[in-house]
Design a protein around this ligand. Structure first.
Ligand SMILES: *Cc1c(COP(=O)(O)O)cnc(C)c1O
Length: 417
């Protein structure tokens, strides 16, 4: 079997790591798409190739100073086998619910590798996290009062982090979960009130600062600027309030190329820029752990979603291919997970990799709503029933970010290699 590779599709979509095919067949995680479909016995499926995720982590790590920790944001893909595989390669996890915390610990992460941030934590979630010894990012005055109550009640020392909503705001696409009025974190302007509360409580201290400014950012200058501004904010607040923080969490947000002409972030340039900022502030960062918590960057490209053509029909001159998958499995790909513009993901006919495009088709799932569209006006080889549609960049914010119960269809299967 001779393998060929592609780093770009004719549609203008590109990949960070090449995809492989043999003759007409897409190969994924060591098997053909046809074999994965056969195994799935009529269900659509996700296949995650953890070698790709490992390489993503290694490529980023190799560009960053040794003192950096790379955390995995569980909400991107909480599959238990995915978490187990990542346990060996990342330094910790970002979780946003007690359920995610439990999944991470079941996969082998220890409580002290867990950072819990989330905008509406339940009292029970706060208390269980503290009891386990996980690291909390507190996001409001009331949350801090709950931490203090727990510490007093249990007569136990607690060190927590604080998630900030900084004053700075970045206009870049993807970067819009910090600055302005936000339900996430506590405004920088209110930080003094939070510190006053903590200073009156001998059992509680602030040991970490955290800013998560947004997701899916492909602009190098915006990512670097976000890092610089966050560091300046951490430094300013630590000095102003004489805090001894040991953890600085810079959030996630490195994007992946989903759409035509998207280019991946140049990690060499990113690493150089980050190093120079860190060097500039060496005295402040030297004794602290610096955390990046990434979801999409680590998992998106590791996952492909596969489904099969069940019907082909035309309507008033347009061709429609119906498939056994849809937005109930893959909401993000249908363009309904917050996207403003509905553009096609990188998509191929996985059993016709060497064939020329011959027709334009709109690919639709089985849900009775016009939203259930997996690709619009996609150029494909002549389609036949049973052809396999492969949607790349599907490993993050896929199955568990989709309305699985809507219309009571079967779930997609997940295979982890
Ligand atoms: C979702 C989330 C992340 C991960 O974001 P990505 O864009 O997937 O890297 C990191 N930190 C927090 C607090 C999050 O909510």
């Amino acid at each position: 079997m001779t393998l060929q590779t592609k780093t770009e599709l004719v549609s203008g979509h590109c990949f960070q790591q090449p995809i492989c095919f043999s003759g007409q067949q897409l190969m994924w995680a060591g098997e053909s798409a046809q074999d994965w479909m056969a195994r799935s016995e009529g269900s659509a499926c996700y296949v995650y190739d953890m070698a790709v995720a490992r390489r993503q982590v290694e490529q980023l790590r190799s560009q960053l100073p040794d003192s950096f920790d790379i955390f995995y944001a569980v909400k991107a893909n909480p599959n238990p086998e995915v978490l187990s595989a990542l346990e060996a390669v990342v330094d910790g996890v970002d979780v946003a619910s007690i359920g995610e915390l439990e999944r991470a610990m079941a996969a082998g992460f220890s409580a002290d590798q867990v950072s819990f941030a989330g905008p509406a934590k339940l009292v029970d979630e706060i208390e269980r996290t503290l009891a386990l010894g996980g690291h909390l990012s507190v996001e409001s005055l009331i949350e801090m009062q709950r931490v203090i109550s727990w510490a007093n009640h249990n007569q136990q020392q607690v060190a927590v982090g604080v998630r900030l909503n900084p004053q700075f705001q970045l206009k870049a696409s993807g970067m819009h979960m910090g600055g302005g009025a936000q339900p996430f974190g506590i405004d920088e302007e209110q930080f003094a009130d939070l510190v006053a509360l903590v200073k009156a409580s001998p059992l509680v201290s602030i040991s970490g600062l955290h800013i998560y400014a947004g997701s899916q950012c492909l602009q190098l200058d915006a990512l670097v600027e976000q890092f610089r501004q966050s560091l300046l904010c951490f430094k300013r607040l630590s000095e102003e309030h004489q805090l001894t923080v040991t953890k600085l969490n810079f959030g996630g947000g490195i994007g992946v190329p989903y759409f035509p002409n998207n280019k991946p972030v140049d990690l060499v340039e990113y690493g150089q820029a980050i190093r120079s900022i860190v060097n500039e502030h060496q005295a402040f960062v030297v004794d602290k752990s610096i955390i990046l918590e990434l979801g999409r960057y680590i998992m998106a490209e590791a996952g492909v979603y596969l489904c099969q053509v069940t019907d082909v029909k035309s309507s008033r001159g347009q061709l429609f291919a119906m498939v056994n998958g849809g937005m109930h499995h893959h909401l993000a790909n249908s363009g309904n997970l917050g996207q403003l513009l509905k553009k096609n993901y990188p998509i191929v006919v996985a059993n016709k990799m060497a064939s020329e495009a011959a027709e334009r088709v709109t690919i639709c799932g089985p849900l009775c709503t016009p939203l259930d569209v997996l690709a619009r006006q996609l150029e494909v080889p002549k389609l036949d029933l049973g052809d396999i549609i492969a949607i790349f960049q599907s490993g993050a914010y896929g199955l568990t970010a989709s309305p699985n119960q809507f219309l009571s269809h079967n779930s997609a299967l997940e295979w982890v290699v």
